[in-house]
Ligand binder design. Sequence first.
Ligand code: F3S
Ligand code: F3S
Length: 112
Amino acid sequence: MTYVIAGPCIDVLDKSCLEECPVDCIYEGDRKMYIHPDECVDCGACEPACPVEAIVEAPVAAGDALLHVADNARFFSEILPDRDTPLGAPGGASGLGRVGADTPLVAGDRVG
Ligand code: F3S
Ligand code: F3S
């Protein structure tokens, strides 16, 4: 578990972070982006690119961002709405394309 995208990304989706990631591990849900916890190489390049400071390093996450540490992982490990299987490890976000679904935490917008 390395860098994660937290609540401030919801409904903003600026996507400046995508241009910085050397391993293409930032995936697009519906209302938010998610970092794959195993594919991320912990380089930190994406963090300063986000204008709303949605990207945080998992070990120092606090408050609402802490909820998103597990939630970024859930996006890949649990079955999303209207799908039969979890995303797993797609090995690259641009190849997968826009997923168009979110975790229950984000879909319900219980945190922002
Ligand atoms: Fe979201 Fe910030 Fe990236 S708003 S899409 S985490 S640049
Ligand atoms: Fe990618 Fe590095 Fe961020 S691997 S998700 S740019 S920490």
